[in-house]
Ligand binder design. Structure first.
Ligand SMILES: CC(C)(COP(=O)(O)OP(=O)(O)OC[C@H]1O[C@@H](n2cnc3c(N)ncnc32)[C@H](O)[C@@H]1OP(=O)(O)O)[C@@H](O)C(=O)NCCC(=O)NCCS
Length: 176
């Protein structure tokens, strides 16, 4: 835990502000990514373009003092407009298990459904147990179709994103 996180005092979700990200948020979002993913090098997955072109289906959430507490970056598939995709979602490590991830996902689901999506997809790596548990709790199911196998006891696609880059693929239906 960083000194920044250690200074973070828990607050009710009611005290937080959810809003659309802007391009100006990119430096502060990018700055926390590797830490919030437990040291895994994830920052390159969120270049500035995500906050330039996908803001309408994405959210950031802040404390009253402006400190970032979480974010979700999602979009509607251009190739299949009935499908939404969640690129990244994260909560401040000091606030986890307080419903923030759920609150972010509920907003993204509503955005995607409002744009016509009937289902949403996401991926994670099989070793990310908290992400797997979170997605299952959020109503996602794990793709167990052709090409899947058990990896770390989770049904996943080996080498999904290149050699050694195994992924669990999640789907969830959305209400109209
Ligand atoms: C995954 C993540 C976004 C969850 O955020 P969160 O704010 O802690 O999630 P919530 O409090 O809304 O949890 C909702 C439910 O998910 C499940 N869940 C969440 N984290 C869990 C964990 N570590 N272990 C088991 N279940 C978990 C629980 O059922 C939880 O409900 P409960 O707390 O009432 O039991 C957060 O752990 C995180 O930022 N992880 C690092 C980034 C990451 O891996 N993102 C996902 C891949 S893009």
């Amino acid at each position: 835990m960083t000194s920044d996180a250690a200074r973070t005092r828990p607050l009710d979700l009611d005290d937080l502000t959810f809003r659309r990200p802007t391009e100006a948020d990119h430096p502060r979002v990018a700055a926390v990514i590797d830490e919030w993913w437990g040291g895994r090098k994830m920052r390159a997955l969120l270049p500035r373009l995500w906050l330039q072109h996908f803001s309408g289906t994405s959210w950031v959430v802040e404390r009253p003092d402006g400190r970032l507490e979480g974010f979700v970056v999602a979009f509607l598939s251009q190739d299949d407009p009935t499908t939404g995709y969640v690129h990244m979602i994260a909560a401040n490590p000091n606030r986890r298990r307080s419903g923030l991830g759920r609150a972010l996902y509920e907003r993204a689901f509503a955005d995607l459904a409002a744009h016509g999506a009937r289902r949403v997809s996401a991926i994670t790596w099989p070793g990310n147990r908290q992400s797997v548990a979170f997605h299952l709790a959020m109503g996602f199911r794990i793709d167990d179709g052709p090409g899947t196998q058990k990896i770390y006891s989770i049904t996943a696609h080996a080498d999904y994103d290149g050699e050694g880059e195994d992924r669990v693929v999640f789907y969830r239906d959305l209400e109209a």
